[in-house]
Design a protein. Structure first.
Length: 337
């Protein structure tokens, strides 16, 4: 398979500063070792502590603005999973005897920033400490291993793949939606309707809606069934509309509905209705050269994700991952999960 040579690199797209943690596992926590800190998980004997998971989760919590109990539980689950995955990858990079020269590690370490107590940041100056050097070295080892895997799997998208994605997802690249022509069928409710009147109107609406999805002559059905006398005589036609000219809910719905199809049933205090998108005009699509870089990056990310997930699945299958329970409970062990 030929690899497109004209596609932009991550550096050209302004993503050269992303570490592998940010691309795949989020933000790496730097936690000073504390012998009193309980070990929560071991990966082939390598410990992951409660403080590591907590610091990782707190960083992610602020990034996604998690506030609810369920969100926080999800953040801690993700933190635990990501730290396990990092350890699996680090162990595999070590097994492959991947090494990074000290000067390269030091240079990368100096690019990191350390957060201050009041949320400010200050660049690392002088010789980075041993903890930072060790963490950065591990990241760079994994990064080198992954880059080798990416080259082996030819993750760089081809021009053919980009063209195919563009052709199949043209709706994602609409620059100007233009105008949409719509028609509707309405079933009205009288003022202060009884329950029986509401049920009757709903039944009629459902029957007509089912017919509308099958018929080839929507206009005839509208003339026959619609109770909006002003539009029924015109086959339900309401004319052309640009974005923002319809109520927000209706606007979003009709511009998301393909030509020739009907929206879901809408309910209001006036009754029931649904809309058919009759035609569109004036729609403009961004040309491929304008969006090629974005498509390339999306496909590249998808391909890289698939490679990393495949590696992790294989590594986890043969790994011994033990989850340590709180004091007083027996520790559980999970292998190959």
């Amino acid at each position: 398979m030929a690899i497109a040579t004209a596609l932009p690199t991550r550096a050209q797209l302004g993503e050269s500063g992303l570490t592998w943690e940010q691309r795949f596992l989020g933000i790496l926590p730097l936690v000073k070792p504390d012998p009193k800190d309980p070990v929560v998980v071991t990966v082939n004997g390598a410990p992951i502590t409660a403080a590591e998971i907590s610091d990782y989760a707190n960083t992610e919590k602020h990034m996604i603005n998690a506030t609810s109990t369920e969100e926080m539980k999800a953040v801690f689950r993700d933190a635990t999973e990501n730290l396990i995955n990092r350890q699996l990858l680090l162990q595999e990079a070590t097994r492959r005897k991947i090494t990074i020269p000290d000067p390269e590690v030091a240079q990368r370490a100096r690019e990191f920033q350390i957060g201050g107590a009041e949320g400010q940041t200050a660049p690392v100056t002088g010789a980075p400490d041993a903890q930072l050097m060790n963490a950065v070295r591990g990241s760079m080892m994994i990064e080198k291993m992954l880059d080798d895997e990416f080259r082996t799997h030819h993750v760089q998208p081809t021009d053919t793949q980009i063209q195919q994605y563009y052709d199949e997802h043209r709706d994602l690249f609409v620059k100007d939606p233009g105008e949409v022509q719509i028609a509707h069928i309405a079933v009205k409710l009288p003022p202060n309707p009884t329950d029986a009147q509401k049920v009757a109107a709903a039944k009629k609406m459902i029957r007509v809606y089912d017919e509308a999805k099958k018929t080839k002559d929507f206009a005839a059905l509208a003339k026959k069934e619609s109770e909006d006398t002003e539009s029924a005589s015109k086959g339900g036609d309401l004319g052309y509309f640009r974005p923002g000219q319809l109520p927000p809910v209706v606007d979003k719905m009709v511009f998301a509905t393909p030509v020739g199809q009907v929206t879901q049933i809408l309910q209001s205090n006036l009754g029931y209705s649904f809309i058919k998108v009759v035609s569109r005009r004036g729609e403009t699509i961004a040309p491929l050269p304008e969006v090629k870089a974005k498509i390339a990056m999306f496909i590249l990310d998808e391909n890289e994700d698939a490679v990393v997930k495949g590696i992790l699945k294989k590594l986890a299958k043969g790994a011994k991952i033990e989850f340590k329970n709180p004091p007083g409970q027996s520790a559980g062990a999970k292998s190959g999960e």
